[in-house]
Design a protein around this ligand. Structure first.
Ligand code: FMN
Length: 181
């Protein structure tokens, strides 16, 4: 069973709303087990437990929130080099489109890469001119269906990659999967 950790920080609730839709996407893949935590609820054991991690932060000054950075900075030093090979992806809410949410996603992925995670983007379009190549990005909270769909697609893809690469279920290899809108 694919163990997915959805870990996020949200100052004013927008990234938290994204996380709800990412969670829906994870749950759409059968045999996935989800832990859904803010950084205040999670610790190193959650990272040890998971096979896949969806990591979310508000965009702050074009990068991740200092609180998210602090959470990773304060993990036990002996965790490093013991949790390599897990699959990671990112999502971020910014104040506006073009406000740096993709940069924040990249910064989240750099943190995961530092821990040896295998990080990915998604090439699919969930609507015309609307994609999540570097993770799910959002201005404010998801309101339109395509915005919710991008978050769901991220969570679903994470659970699918975990099923394929961790659980060996090659039958669900999800390349350019067409989903009902
Ligand atoms: C300290 C700080 C820095 C911010 N920096 C940016 C930024 O660089 N670009 C941007 O578009 N929005 C920026 N914002 C706005 C937040 O990214 C935006 O309100 C986001 O939706 C908040 O997510 P949350 O509700 O999950 O906390 C900033 C907000 C704060 C408090």
């Amino acid at each position: 069973m694919g163990k997915i950790l959805l870990l996020y920080y949200s100052e004013s609730g927008n990234t938290a709303k994204m996380a709800q839709y990412v969670a829906e996407g994870v749950r759409s893949v059968e045999n996935s087990e989800l832990r859904f935590n803010t950084i205040d609820e999670a610790n190193a054991d959650d990272l040890r437990w998971c096979d896949g991690l969806a990591l979310g932060s508000p965009t702050n000054l074009g990068t991740i929130s200092w609180r998210m950075k602090q959470w990773w900075d304060e993990l036990p030093p002996d965790l490093w080099s013991t949790i390599d090979g897990k699959i990671g992806c990112a999502f971020s809410s910014s104040g506006g489109w073009g406000g740096g949410a993709e940069l924040a996603c990249m910064a989240l992925m750099i943190v995961m890469m530092n821990y040896g995670f295998l990080v990915f983007g998604v090439t699919d379009y969930v609507a015309q001119q609307f994609t999540l190549h570097y993770g799910a990005v959002q201005a404010g909270e998801p309101r339109e269906e395509k915005e919710k769909a991008a978050c769901r697609r991220l969570g679903r893809r994470l659970a699918q990659w975990v099923a394929v690469f961790i659980d060996g279920r090659k039958d669900i290899l999800p390349v350019h999967e067409k989903l009902p809108e």
